[in-house]
Design a protein around this ligand. Sequence first.
Ligand SMILES: [Fe+2]
Length: 371
Amino acid sequence: MGSLTAENNIVLSADDKDTTLADRNTHATRVAGLGSDPEKKALFASVTKRIDYTPKFGTELHGIKLSQLTEQQSEELAALIAERGAVFFRDQDDLDYKEHVKLGKRWGPLHVHPLVPHTQDNPEVIVLDSRLSPPSRFNTNDSWHSDVSFEPAPASFSILKFEEIPEAGGDTIWSNGYQLYDDLSQPIKTLLEGLTATHSSDIFKILTQSSGRKTFGKLNDSVHPVIRTNPVIRTNPVTGWKSVYVNPVFTREINDLNPIESKWILDYLADLVSKKLQYQIRFHWKKNSVAIWDNRSTYHTGVPDFRPYHRRGVRVTVSGEKPFYDPASGTQAKAWEVTAKAIVAKQEATEKANVEKANVAAQDTASATTA
Ligand SMILES: [Fe+2]
């Protein structure tokens, strides 16, 4: 095991001994959230306030203590995260490392990061401390990615809590992979469906060599880089919706295309992720805020604007199923048509009721005047 820093009580080197792949990355054997109550009645019975960040993406829930969820509530929450992409909570002061791990384990095996430091006694709880990460143009926290997409069992959910926040700045932004897929033209969809891409952990070696940062453990060539082939269009197993699953940090090439074609398409998709504001939500952290997101269908990036202040977060990462693409999958756009119709019907009913109420009031006034 690596060295401890006295003040932060964290282990800097996660991989000094030859951690095998099986030790740290196992597929989920079930899909958390699948088959739970579509209305999520158990979860919403405890919710005091719901704030949707956009109609399709991102939700903040008040009234929930993540350390006190029932099994049914945690299943419904998993489904909600898959549908909304990311769900946010405030004031989770009682979500200590033990409870943090317990919540993650409800949804699947926990990932042990091969290189990022972790808290003492909790290899599954990694530490994101800006003091350990000097600014770098390769810094993964200012680049769009989905967590550990290079692993054989990439992350389903990430659960991130900030224990220390900067006095200003340091927000995180997420981008919606469902919407990215839905907005592509049919010829581009047809091209990408069925293609695979190569993902690699080699960025960590580049980071270590370029910045001299101390954050990462021994770069064992038998383990690193980890290289993985994933479908370019991925089906989310909970929602059954298609999303685009390539990212600029870990995806190296689209297989079967020539390098120029591959670069062109990866750059184009990365541009859409980072520039299309309508795909994005932004979260402003407070101390003890928690964000949980679905890596299968979203991208995220930290905003590197907070120095000289510092921040320290702890993350538990849940390993998901083997990524797959099912041509028969649905889409968020299709599911959204039903939701949008219901919203319009509700608006029309409210407007009609308001008009009727105004008419009744006008008649009452007229009657009073003529009486
Ligand atoms: Fe991340």
